[in-house]
Ligand binder design. Structure first.
Ligand SMILES: *Cc1c(COP(=O)(O)O)cnc(C)c1O
Length: 427
C-alpha cells in the first residue's frame, strides 16, 4: 500500500486507520470523502443518505454554503487570538447567542464534554459561593443511562461499563438516580448538599429515551424547591433536532424562534450546547446561564485556548441563523411525525423491528434481538449497501437522525430504503 498515491481505495483507507489510529471507535465500513446537504459520498463515488448527521452535529446539512462561507472568510482574516486579548468576533457572537437562547451570559468552549465539565464546575462554585455548601461537599444528581462525554470526571458518573471500566479512580460528588423518575429525584434532592441536577431532556446515546410528559417540568419544580440548579445537557437534543429549538421547549407554539412558550418551556439554570452549534463545521460548544450563576467564575478560574475563537464565533452565528432562516425546527417536527408514522406502518409488517420512538428527527428503532446480537449492526451494513448510513447504539437499537434540511420527498425515499432493507433482511 502506498500512502502517497492520489486515490486510495476504501479498503486501503480502512486498513491504514486500523494500523495507525487508536481503536477507540468501531466505524461502519464506509469511507466518506464528500458531503452536501443530506448526502455523503464515499471514495468510490457511491452516494448515501446520512441518517446519523455526525451524532446530530450536522443538523444544518453537510457543507452548508452560508456556514462554510463564514468559516472561510474568517479563517482568511483572523483565526485565533486566545483570550489573552479581545477579538472583534467574540463579543457580537456572545450578544447574539445569549439573545437567541435568552440567558444573560455565555461561556464559550469547543467540545460537548468540555461544556459539560464547565457546567459542573460552575454548579459547584455556585453551590459554595452562593448557596453556601461546605467545602468539597457539593453533590450533583445525574441519571442512569446518561451520556455527557468522555472526560475522567464525566465517566465517573456514567453507568456504562464500556465508558467506565478501568478508568478509575473516579471523581466523587455525584448521585445517580433512574431517568424519568420524579420520585427518585425528589428523594435524592432531600440529601444534604445537593448543588444541581444534570439531565439530558431526551437521552440520545442511551437509545433515544423520551421521558414521560411533564417529567422535565416536574424536575424543574423540584429543583427550584430544593434550591438546586437544573442543568440541561442539550448537546445532542438542542438546535432544532427534536422539533423545537431546544428539547426543553417541548411541544411549543413558537417552533423556530424560542419565545419560551409559557405552556411548554422548562427553563434550565444552566444550558449546555455543542454539536450543531456549528452545523458540524467546527468544534463549538457553549454554556449559558444568568449572571447569578455565571458571575461566580472570575478571571483565571476557567478557560480554553481555543474557546471563543473568531472562527468559532462566526461559524456559530451563521449556523444558528440557518436554523431560523430555513425553519429547521418546524421541518424536524413535521418530518419526524411522518417518519414515525411510516416506521409504525413497517413495524406492522415485520417481526424484525418492535418499536419506533423519538421526537422531531431524533428517532430510534428497536430491533427484535438481544443487545449482544449482531442483528442491528448487520441491518446497518445492509442499509449502507442500499444507500443509507445509520449506526446502532447499544446493540439492538438503531438511531435515525438525518440532517434537518431534508425534504419530504427525500425522507420518503429514505423510508423506502429502510423498508426494503428490513423486508429483505435475513438474520
Ligand atoms: C455528544 C454529547 C456530549 C459530548 O460531546 P463531545 O463534543 O463529543 O465531547 C455530551 N452530551 C451529550 C448529550 C452528547 O450527546
Amino acid at each position: 500500500m502506498n500512502t502517497t498515491t492520489e486515490k486510495m481505495s476504501s479498503a486501503d483507507l480502512i486498513q491504514i486507520e486500523d494500523k495507525y489510529g487508536a481503536h477507540n471507535y468501531h466505524p461502519l465500513g464506509v469511507v466518506l470523502s464528500r458531503g452536501e446537504g443530506v448526502h455523503v459520498w464515499d471514495v468510490e463515488g457511491k452516494k448515501y443518505y446520512d441518517f446519523l448527521s455526525a451524532y446530530s452535529a450536522v443538523n444544518q446539512g453537510h457543507c452548508h454554503p452560508k456556514i462554510v462561507g463564514a468559516m472561510v472568510d474568517q479563517a482568511k482574516t483572523l483565526t485565533l487570538t486566545s483570550r489573552a486579548f479581545y477579538n472583534d468576533a467574540l463579543g457580537p457572537y456572545e450578544k447574539f447567542v445569549t439573545e437567541y437562547f435568552g440567558f444573560d451570559k455565555v461561556l464559550p468552549m469547543n467540545t460537548g464534554a468540555e461544556a459539560v465539565e464547565t457546567a459542573i464546575k460552575l454548579c459547584r462554585k455556585w453551590a459554595y459561593e452562593v448557596k453556601g455548601i461546605a467545602e468539597d461537599q457539593a453533590k450533583i444528581i445525574v441519571c442512569g443511562g446518561n451520556f455527557h462525554g468522555r472526560t475522567t470526571t464525566i465517566v465517573s458518573f456514567s453507568d456504562d461499563a464500556n465508558a467506565k471500566d478501568n478508568f478509575g479512580p473516579f471523581t466523587p460528588g455525584f448521585i445517580r438516580i433512574p431517568y424519568d423518575d420524579t420520585a427518585a429525584l425528589e428523594e435524592a434532592l432531600k440529601q444534604e448538599n445537593v448543588a444541581g441536577f444534570l439531565v439530558e431532556p431526551i437521552q440520545g446515546e442511551a437509545g433515544v429515551f423520551v421521558p414521560s410528559d411533564g417529567y422535565l417540568a416536574k424536575a424543574r419544580e423540584l429543583c427550584t424547591e430544593a434550591g438546586a440548579l437544573f442543568i440541561a445537557d442539550e448537546v445532542q437534543t438542542g438546535i432544532a433536532r427534536t422539533g423545537s429549538l431546544l428539547a426543553v421547549c417541548g411541544d411549543c407554539s413558537c417552533g423556530n424562534s424560542c419565545q419560551k412558550d409559557p405552556q411548554t418551556y422548562v427553563q434550565p439554570d444552566i444550558l449546555i450546547l455543542g454539536k450543531a452549534m456549528s452545523g458540524g463545521a467546527y468544534p463549538v460548544s457553549a454554556v449559558l446561564a444568568n449572571d447569578e450563576i455565571m458571575m461566580v467564575i472570575k478571571p483565571g478560574q476557567h478557560g480554553s485556548t481555543f474557546g471563543g475563537n473568531p472562527v468559532a464565533a462566526k461559524v456559530a452565528v451563521a449556523a444558528l441563523e440557518v436554523v431560523q432562516e430555513e425553519n429547521l425546527a418546524e421541518n424536524a417536527r413535521r418530518l419526524g411525525k411522518l417518519f414515525r408514522k411510516e416506521m409504525n406502518r413497517i413495524i406492522e409488517n415485520t417481526d424484525l423491528v418492535v418499536k419506533v420512538r423519538g421526537r422531531g428527527l431524533l428517532n430510534a428503532i428497536l430491533i427484535n434481538d438481544t443487545e449482544e446480537s449482531e442483528t442491528a449492526w448487520n441491518l446497518c451494513v445492509a442499509m449502507k449497501e442500499n444507500g443509507l448510513l445509520a449506526k446502532p447504539t447499544h446493540g439492538n437499537i438503531i438511531r435515525f437522525a438525518p440532517p434537518l434540511v431534508m425534504n419530504e420527498e427525500q425522507l420518503m425515499e429514505c423510508v423506502a430504503i429502510i423498508e426494503k432493507t428490513i423486508m429483505n433482511f435475513e438474520k
